[in-house]
Design a protein around this ligand. Sequence first.
Ligand SMILES: [Zn+2]
Length: 185
Amino acid sequence: MAPIMIVCPKCRRREEIKLNEFILRELHITGSANIAYYHSDHILYVNMDRYAIRTIATYDPPSMLIHGLNIYVDEYFVLRQPIIPNDMEIMFIDIKRKVADARLVSNHMYAVSLIRYLRINRKAIPEEGAINAYGVNYMIKRNGSILLAKKLKDDGDKAKNILMRLLADIKGVPVNLEKVLDIIL
Ligand SMILES: [Zn+2]
């Protein structure tokens, strides 16, 4: 099948609609799929059904309209649906498969910024430790290609402990939310 290409009406950047398992599932269950693409100072929004692309639009990044949409940040697919309100702010990233589970992150720009930071500083990411991604502090812990990042609000030891417990139980991204919530709440 030829790739489905779209052109951003604002910056003319070309994007491919990759029908990954998450988009196909959304199409199957709801009859349409919403996908966002991060484009620095704006976000490209695409709505499609099983027959065609229905809508292409652009929004400002802080817009609440696209806050809860799954979003491509370059080659990474960042899951945002459904957002689970919580005060842990943990993100799960599979660096190899380029999938991030950000359903436990309340602010979508935090999720996007962290992915951008990890892409750019990939070689400098420690196995474990604190990082500062564009002004936001995270405790991170990594096991092979699976990377966990928790926004640092409380003390680092507590965050490290939570990440350690999670990492021992996580088999892949997206995570089993029921299991994760059991551990963190
Ligand atoms: Zn654009």
